[in-house]
Design a protein around this ligand. Sequence first.
Ligand SMILES: C[S@@+](CC[C@H](N)C(=O)[O-])C[C@H]1O[C@@H](n2cnc3c(N)ncnc32)[C@H](O)[C@@H]1O
Length: 252
Amino acid sequence: MPEGDDPTGWQAFASEYIRFVDDGAPSRTMLLDDVMLDECGDVCGKLVLDVGAGEGRFSRMLAQRGARTIALDLFWPMVQVARHRSSGRDAVVRSPATALPIASSTVDTVVSYVVWVDVPDFRTAIAEAARVLKPGGQLVAANLGFITASPGWKRAPDGRRLYKPIDQYVDERPITLNWRGHNVVNWHRPLSAYMQAYLSANLILRRFFEPVPPDDTLRNNPRFEDWYRIPEFTVMRWQKPQRDAAASRGLG
Ligand SMILES: C[S@@+](CC[C@H](N)C(=O)[O-])C[C@H]1O[C@@H](n2cnc3c(N)ncnc32)[C@H](O)[C@@H]1O
């Protein structure tokens, strides 16, 4: 992407996103972190690439668990803050997810923590993640679920949430959201588009979640009840085969 070109809105939104993270980011801390950490497993001594790392929060959590991390993001404000917050032992790189500056088959784990929904050419990004993984390596990906196609809750006259209308589910398209006063583009895609992209990259699905918070006491809290009613996120763990397909057919 040329400098200054910001079709997704992330360049302008970065500072506000960092404030969202610093304010506690409940979707991360109360819903996704435990699942993501579990799926990453024991990362001690492993090389982990965090694609679309933002200001590097999850990379730092993995570094604290002994991983060597590369936090990668396309947007300078994210990269600068990630560098500032990093311990210095870990790498922070500016690059698009679609052209990783990393040699093939060198990374133990790739993390994509709610990123594909922001990347126009997500198919190339997934293929790139698969390329850099070592045979047997894992891609752990959280992403927005199918509700990106929903404009919001249909409500009763008294304000109660009734249901979320979904339409044009099958059509891949950008949706401009207003998030904390900024326009940001999220791509709506049907689940099958993502599954096909992983399968085309020759990855094997190991785990698949539509997470709900571990803390069940939040169920009756109007602020969090959405998470128990319609899954806002998916979490998947994919594995690169130990031997690539060409090699196993005797061609490699
Ligand atoms: C929803 S944020 C998630 C950030 C971080 N993973 C987290 O959980 O806090 C999406 C991130 O993807 C980055 N991003 C968007 N498009 C990208 C691209 N094409 N290549 C690399 N990073 C990108 C944004 O700058 C942003 O940091």
